[in-house]
Ligand binder design. Structure first.
Ligand code: HEC
Length: 197
């Protein structure tokens, strides 16, 4: 009887720890990734994350001011990890939010621009394990997806090699020569938050 209780207890404990391990493994990767299909979505709460940096696109014709902003967000813990290790951790999510703008005269200046509306999102998810070998949205150390403003769940991109890589090639030349090979695909020189103080 006593043996039976011990056996059952061990079984329960083993199951529990296995379940916790699975839950942990999935949680520790990326909450915006469907682990079965590799589909990526815009993370729900990304506006509560930290801002890595902003790209301002100036009007090159007509009135002065910005015609678009690209604001890049990531999880706060990604910044902590990067500053300690000099690279992005597995599961790091970079969300680039595209914004329309309006420019006007304010007490701070003659042409002051502010964001008005979200136009869409580009999302990158760092994958150090090469998890989704079959998917055209994953490769070179990242998951790559583009979303229009009306649907943050379903990507409109189909193949990162044709939709993304060409435009991210220049980033490799601009990256620090010692940077992680996969991180060189990102324009991270623009993100002061990653630099050690
Ligand atoms: C027209 C060229 C172009 C295309 C196409 C493009 N990117 Fe980018 N991407 C850039 C540039 C340049 C930046 C940084 C400056 C900016 O946003 O203006 C950037 C920045 C990013 C960032 C912010 C992190 C970083 O790398 O600094 C993400 C996320 C991103 N791109 C994802 C994607 C994904 C995913 C795709 C494909 C679906 C894609 N991009 C396609 C040019 C491009």
């Amino acid at each position: 009887m006593k043996n039976k209780i011990i056996t059952v207890s061990i079984l329960i404990l083993t199951t529990l720890s296995a379940l916790t391990a699975i839950a942990h493994a999935e949680k520790s990767f990326a909450p915006n990734v469907n682990m079965k299909t590799g589909e990526i979505r815009v993370p729900n709460n990304y506006t509560q994350w930290a801002t890595l940096g902003t790209w301002s696109h100036a009007n090159t014709e007509g009135e002065p001011g910005a015609k678009e902003y690209h604001i890049v967000y990531t999880q706060p813990e990604t910044i902590v990890y990067y500053r300690e290790h000099g690279k992005y951790p597995d599961g790091a999510i970079l969300v680039k939010e595209l914004l329309s703008t309006k420019t006007m005269q304010m007490t701070t200046g003659l042409a002051v621009s502010h964001a008005t509306k979200i136009k869409g999102w580009f999302v990158l998810v760092r994958d150090t394990q090469n998890r989704f070998k079959e998917s055209n949205l994953w490769g070179d150390g990242w998951g790559w997806s583009l979303f229009n403003a009306d649907d943050p769940v379903k990507t409109v991109s189909t193949d990162y090699k044709t939709d993304c890589i060409g435009c991210h090639l220049p980033a490799r030349q601009m990256a620090h020569p010692d940077a992680d090979e996969s991180d060189k695909w990102t324009y991270s020189f623009g993100y002061l938050a990653l630099q050690k103080k």
